[in-house]
Design a protein around this ligand. Structure first.
Ligand code: DC
Length: 287
């Protein structure tokens, strides 16, 4: 089962894709993160985007993995490094390279094979998965996107004028829309969502509304099971715990155990042990 979400930078598609994947118990493929990881790897080894032979060699030797909330390059977590301004500024050459696009496209298809995924990028519904089960295109006005980006930068302490953000965003849009392969287009058959006046919750509600019949949000307990199985299959039996809390964004309804009631098995055990708590002190370990 494949759901694609494409759209320009800053329209809110990454958040929407992550929340939709969490809600459905699908895996998230953030393909922008793959292009970022390729760019970081090439910069670390001084490989230029035009040097196909060295790029191919490098990418044959490099392991890029997407984990919930993490991007690994040869096993090392590079989630922050791939989002530095230096990497962002250097992506274009690599995202324009036919060779890189071919390799990333193959990798994305391979990651999705036999799985249920929400895949997010610029060309997912058009080039990578033209036969996807459901395609979305999330966009927003230039001004709204620039204002959001500007607020994000200010929050990070980066002082920059909004007109500068707007002009660099227009340049990125132009790059994304004019590359020879994998350019940003609204894919045929995609449901278009204009997020200019919608909150993150409203975007999510719309996505759910337009999902094909048969794809429904998971019961939170099934979500936990699916998350735990994902991590187990990666040899990390405890990893799901942090991912669950991070993905809940402080919404306790998404954490099935956090129901603020004593666990029935514990109550039963206490009864059987004839342990009476009245007048006693206890150290409680749990949540
Ligand atoms: O979504 P993002 O900003 O993390 O993407 C990083 C860069 O990768 C951006 O310049 C567009 C490019 N990209 C692409 O060309 N094709 C994709 N499927 C995803 C991202």
């Amino acid at each position: 089962m494949i759901i694609t979400i494409d759209g320009p930078a800053g329209a809110g598609k990454s958040t929407a894709a992550r929340r939709l994947a969490d809600l459905l118990g699908f895996e998230l493929l953030d393909t922008g993160a793959i292009y970022r990881a390729v760019t970081l790897a090439a910069r670390q080894k001084n490989v230029a985007p035009e040097d196909d032979a060295s790029l191919k060699h490098l990418l044959d030797q490099t392991r890029i993995e997407l984990r919930p909330g993490e991007v690994l390059l040869d096993g090392e977590d590079v989630s922050s490094e791939i989002r530095t301004p230096e990497v962002t500024a250097a992506i274009q050459g690599f995202a324009d390279s036919r060779l890189v696009r071919k390799i990333v496209t193959e990798k994305t298809r391979q990651l999705a094979r036999g799985r249920s995924v929400v895949t997010e990028g610029r060309d997912q519904g058009s080039d990578v998965f033209p036969d996807a089960d459901c395609k979305f295109y999330i966009t927003a006005s230039d001004e709204v996107r620039a204002a959001r980006r500007h607020a994000e930068l200010l929050a990070k302490g980066i002082r920059i004028g909004i007109s500068e953000v707007l002009s660099s965003q227009r340049q990125r849009d132009l790059q994304d829309a004019s590359r020879e392969v994998g350019k940003l287009v609204c894919p045929a058959g995609a449901i278009v969502i204009d997020a200019s006046r919608l909150s993150e919750d409203e975007v999510l509600t719309k996505l759910i509304e337009y999902l094909p019949r048969g794809i429904r949000p998971l019961d939170p307990r099934d979500h936990v099971k699916s998350l735990a199985n994902d991590y187990l299959s990666q040899g990390d039996p405890l990893g799901w715990f942090d991912a669950l809390y991070a993905s809940a964004h402080r919404d306790t309804s998404k954490i099935p155990r956090a129901d603020r009631r004593p666990n029935e098995h514990l109550m039963d055990w206490l009864d059987r042990q004839r342990i009476v708590g009245d007048g006693k002190s206890a150290l409680v370990v749990g949540c």
